[in-house]
Design a protein around this ligand. Structure first.
Ligand code: 7RM
Length: 633
């Protein structure tokens, strides 16, 4: 059984033990799973290459641990409870036994279509049960999944398919999301027309039933390939360090990187963190509102909960459809016990007024979670008072795509809470703060750059196809440490408060974007010479996107120019990356070495020009005046 900590004293003991003997601690956690062969060594690592091996030589399959392992004990318990976009339609459940059969059928269908161990399969799908089923099917046959959030554009999808040389895309025909009817398959067709030569098959799930274009040699219907398959499927025996999945995430430079997670460590850590942070008890109904296109959905809708034998709710829709009471209606309807969402959703619902949340019975809730961005005090208080009725602990969970699982968070009902603090590290996690030179900042009541100084089982192993980029980004900045890219404060009692990114990554509605990535997209507009993108504080989104754009020739119709830029960004990345504000400028403030002084641009974008600091070292100090007077509000 995975250890579930029950009180603060036990947390302190377990934490101390996990640091004193990490190998002993994680070996004990790993022993609760089904291994075909035990590992030779719990941990071998260096942060120089980097080279990280957990449970090396151990043989397992994560889908067996999510499904087969539970059949005797909870085969008839609901594993996935799916709530559709349309509240008038019935919800759908899969028991562990049914999910096992469905996953085996899908796994056999993948094999029948030429997918085998090590092949990459791309997913571009809405939040339907078939997505979770097909992910687990990949894992069962040792194929590597790469989920692309279905809000990304054809171009972004094509980039990711090519980077991972995927052999198959799994998609749906259309997606009903809120009031929108989104043509998913046609975006895939468009992406594949951009030279994704590695793709042999497109497996299409019929979701809405509307007609789609068909490429007979390439496209296959899910309902023709899957249901006829056998309901058992021998699992591929994987090494603990074989790849489980790739998930693309934005960084401060260049194209998004494919973060790689492996089988054994990811399994052990997602289960352990799920059980402890959420304090899941047998029979509880757990709901995480994330999309499976992001890491939160991978780790805390699919893998963590299923490994723990939980009932996990999967929601197809959006928080505001058909009205802003939808989340609370679902909590009431399914008597949800653990509810995990993002601050941006909380702020959006808070802005709609209290009547929506007061309409429903939320007495089933035991705890509330928050993830993806710093939660501001106002949102924390509203969540606590209106949703939790002052009786549900709130866990502010800090982690990243790269960390695979939650690293710093209260354990619900155990760790004393401080609004807006992620509080304390989970067992096995050794965070430190460093200064710009990499010197560790010891003691308490201090602020610095957040690093982790010892490996944990679910950390990234590499970035797909480019190990050097992984080293450069995360391990080269400070020797022998994993650098998170976040700044943090440690209070007098050792509690962590995450301040936010210290690099050129912005967090818009909990979606992570690189400013360089948005700039590259804007620069695709033929009339744009150069651009600079920064984040600015936004009441609902957390951060908004502010773009400064230099046009090649005088702009006759500024509104048209702005609209064209938004279209280009939607085409290159997706609607989530569209700037909220675009300022047309004649130049950008640059240092003598040619670097854009983003500090100034951030200040202007945030509407605070009271203290711009020293601008005299700029190559073009005169531009600052122009930028300030043209600031968009
Ligand atoms: C899980 C996820 C990671 C970045 C991370 C932070 C920010 C995430 C919190 C947070 C403050 C939190 N993965 N972040 N959680 N900031 N408090 N509880 O979001 O890869 O998409 O983003 O998100 O900046 O580095 S992610």
């Amino acid at each position: 059984m995975t250890l579930q900590i029950k009180n603060l004293e036990e947390y302190q003991q377990v934490y101390a033990a996990s640091v004193a003997d990490p190998e002993g601690f994680w070996a004990a956690q790993a022993s609760s799973f089904h291994w075909h062969k035990p590992w030779d060594k719990v941990l071998e690592w260096n942060f120089t290459d980097p080279d990280i091996n957990w449970f090396k030589g151990g043989k397992l399959n994560i889908s067996e641990n999510c499904l087969d392992r539970h059949l005797d004990t909870r085969g008839d318990q609901v594993a996935i409870l799916w709530e559709p976009n349309d509240p008038e339609k019935p919800h759908v459940t899969y028991t562990y036994r049914e999910l096992h059969a469905a996953v085996c059928q899908a796994a056999n269908a993948l094999r029948a279509n030429g997918i085998s161990k090590g092949d990459r399969v791309c997913f571009y799908m809405p939040m339907v049960p078939e997505l979770a089923i097909a992910l687990l099917a990949c894992a069962r046959i040792g194929a590597i999944h790469s989920v692309v959030f279905a809000g990304f554009s054809a171009q972004a999808l094509a980039d990711r398919i090519k980077d991972a040389t995927c052999k198959m895309v799994v998609c749906s025909d259309y997606n009903d999301r809120g009031a929108k009817h989104i043509p998913v398959k046609s975006v895939v067709d468009e992406a594949l027309a951009m030279g994704c030569d590695s793709i042999e098959t497109v497996l299409v799930h019929r979701n809405t039933g509307d007609s789609v274009q068909w490429n007979p040699g390439r496209d296959k219907w899910w309902h023709e390939e899957v249901p006829g398959q056998a309901t058992s499927c021998p699992a591929e025996v994987m090494d603990a360090e074989d790849m489980l999945f790739i998930l693309y995430t934005s960084g401060s430079t260049g194209k998004p990187k494919g973060v790689v997670h492996t089988c054994g460590g990811y399994m052990v850590y997602t289960c352990f963190s799920f059980m402890n942070v959420f304090q899941y008890q047998p029979g509880d109904i757990y709901w995480c509102t994330a999309d499976i296109g992001w890491i939160t959905g991978h780790s805390y809708i699919v893998y963590g909960p299923l490994l723990a034998g939980a009932t996990t709710v999967m929601f197809e829709g959006v928080p505001t459809y058909p009205d802003p009471g939808r989340f609370w209606e679902i909590c009431d309807k399914h008597q949800v016990n653990q509810f995990y969402t993002a601050p941006t959703a909380i702020r959006a619902l808070m802005a709609q007024g209290d009547q929506w949340v007061e309409k429903y019975d939320l007495s089933s809730l035991h705890m509330l979670g928050s993830v993806g961005e710093p939660i501001n005090e106002e949102a924390w208080k509203w969540y606590n008072e209106k949703v939790g009725k002052n009786r549900c602990p709130i866990v502010d969970t800090w982690w990243q795509t790269e960390t695979g699982g939650i690293l710093i968070s209260p354990l619900a009902g155990i760790t004393p809470l401080i609004p807006c603090f992620a509080t304390l590290p989970l067992p096995g996690i050794q965070p430190i703060l460093v200064d710009a030179e990499g010197q560790e900042i010891e003691g308490n009541d201090v602020e610095g750059l957040l690093c982790i100084k010892f490996p944990w089982p679910s950390m990234l192993r590499t970035t797909y196809g480019d190990h050097e980029r992984c080293r450069q980004t995360y391990f080269a900045p400070f020797p022998n440490r994993y650098f998170t890219g976040d700044g943090a404060r440690r209070d007098k009692n050792g509690n962590y408060r995450i301040i936010g990114r210290v690099d050129d990554v912005i967090n818009v509605s909990g979606h992570r974007l690189g400013t360089a990535e948005v700039e590259n997209a804007i620069n695709q507009h033929p009339g744009v010479v150069e651009s600079a993108v920064v984040g600015f504080p936004h009441d609902i989104k957390g951060q908004g996107i502010y773009a400064y754009v230099i046009a090649g020739s005088p702009v006759a119709d500024e509104d048209l120019f702005r609209k064209e830029i938004l279209d280009v960004v939607s085409r290159e990345i997706g609607p989530i990356a569209k700037p909220d504000k675009i300022q047309i400028v004649s130049g950008l403030p640059k240092t003598r070495s040619g670097k854009i002084m983003r500090r100034i641009l951030r200040k202007v974008a945030s509407g605070d020009t009271s203290n711009l600091g020293d601008v005299s070292t700029l190559l073009n100090p005169e531009i600052v005046e122009e930028i300030m007077s043209g600031a968009q509000s």
